[in-house]
Design a protein. Sequence first.
Length: 456
Amino acid sequence: MEKVTAIFDIGKTNKKFLLFNQNLKLIYQDEINIPPVSDEDGFECDDIAFIERWIKDRLKDEIRKGKFNITGVNFSTYGASLVFLDEKGKRLTPLYNYLKPIPAEVREKWYEVNGGMEEFCRRTASPPLDAMLNAGVQILWLKRYRSEIFGRVKHILHFPQYLSFLLTGKVVSEYTSLGCHTGMWDFDNMQYHEWLEKEGVFLPPPGSNSQKTRALIEGHELWVGPGIHDSSASLAPYLRADIDPFMLTSTGTWCINMNPFNHSPLTLKQLKNDCLCYLSIDEKPVKSSRFFMGHIHDLNLANLIRHFKIDDNYFKRLVPDDHLIHRYLDEKELPSNAFFRKEMPENYVDKQVNPALFASFDEAYHRLVYDLTRLNANSINLISEKNDGVKNIFISGGFARNKIFVKMMSGVFPDMNVYTSDIDNATALGAALVISDNCRETGSPEVDLNLQKTEI
């Protein structure tokens, strides 16, 4: 039987089960959409009970089939989600949605007793986010507003590590989940922040994301990884490759820009502009910024489609117009038909832009993409430094297939080498890569990043 590594890639919308062979090539994939449920307050959340059953049953079913020899399994999930367990390892709460609102006083007190918001956010590399997006605040909320439950809590696990726990019963912590705007990690001293101990919260010492535990499932012995945060997982194939310093622009609904080679502390300006630090698979800070580019693109694209009365997919067939691209790149000031000014409007649709100002959809769409590229460049520049050695930008995700955007990126960064990188399921691949040393007969194979250089 062919030896494979199984990965459960748990996103907000889709949950995937994937198999990678010994050369880390994807050979099988299926996915499931699990309808959400509600927590005790009626707020929507993932159906963790269903996810628990699905993972166990799906893995057992694949082992019983006997088609593949599963040598290892790992998990990649979204961040900002904690699971609370009692002394017997029983889950005590739902998997709270990180968008669940909580009283402002919880966060305000958190900052107040830990040196003030600016210093606390700088030290933990965690911008002050709303709701439960700073995962550490979930602990304080549970302690104050669910005190009976909190009194029974023995272990607190990040979401990826909880899924690993389901198969191993082993309580572990891991760096990439801790370093995800949690407010729990002290980046100055590279250890847990002291507020946890003051609150009587004791978490397991963090370990490498390559740590593995042997488990027996359906009479079959395999390695189980500790799980990994999805953003750090998507960066892993690039960090393991033998390439010059780079910045990764991972595009989709959000455009996440990650610079693994900028290690200076976050500044107040960066924090105020939604920058943060992740921890990489090598336990090093990765400075990151983000821009809601895909969402903003789709809203404005819909307006243009309605105005010009074209089919929804026409923009995908649009050939870059070099004349328009250079005209926009060469402009000295923003014209009246610019979609966006220096700052984004709150609703992401600039009502001052009249589609009738454009002679055609082609012209309007080029203008829209240029304005989005310009604003994303501002986001990239927030995490760039002259001495970081970065000369390459890798564009992955949906916009890597948008030739107009890619050319615009090359134009706004003339001193950089701009490449597209087409890796399917990069997050799952990263999760397989970090545990591959024990799950295959030889060392980690080379990963084809499928880099294609772009010229303006």
